[in-house]
Design a protein around this ligand. Sequence first.
Ligand code: 5GP
Ligand code: ZN
Length: 219
Amino acid sequence: GARDGLGAYLTKPESYPSNVVVSHNKDFVVIHDMFPKSTLHLLLLPRDATKTRLHPFEAFEDAEFLDKVRSETRKLRTLAAGELRRKYGKDSAQEQARLAAMDADPPPNALPPGRDWEREVMCGVHAVPSMNHLHVHVVSVDRYSERMKHRKHYNSFATPFFVPIDDFPLAPDDARRQPTREGYLRRDFICWRCGKDFGNRFVDLKKHLEHEFEEWKKL
Ligand code: 5GP
Ligand code: ZN
């Protein structure tokens, strides 16, 4: 069924072009999300056959497996950060300051560090995944995409419905274990960047997200 669509990447990753499958090894496959909800949206698919059909909360109860996925996610965060630097470095004031310092004659003793793009990447799972095969989202924070078409799309990346990989293992009484799915997804729209509440006005939210994206990339 439609919910099994990620399985094909696990069985034959080598059959896809590099704009679909980013990389693969015996333990993981990394793909571009087909309906990206931000300007950068990757999925990490663990290949362990004993885990791939489990809900992420259950799969990550295995501490050794969690460690493995977490360390692969870290590598992917770094890769995604490099991609953001390539995409937005020319717009970024912090990157410009670093480049200007490198060009100075004589150059200063200490260079400005440039922008920490890793901070601009979120890594985690949905409390109620829609796709059956275990996957970790690696997604830029902008939530700016023409594929962001439905209310639930935004809130699934902007409420506790999105569970960061670094929050695992979850405490036994963690509220996200019993997600009132509709609860999180039906919340008011809150801007991820400035906290402004858009109620249920999706069109206004979308317009605002475009504005925030333009400002965010210039930092
Ligand atoms: P979930 O809500 O299950 O955590 O997220 C599943 C993700 O898989 C969604 O972001 C969706 O856009 C993506 N997706 C769904 N079907 C496909 C597909 O066939 N190929 C790829 N590359 N991504 C998909
Ligand atoms: Zn805002």
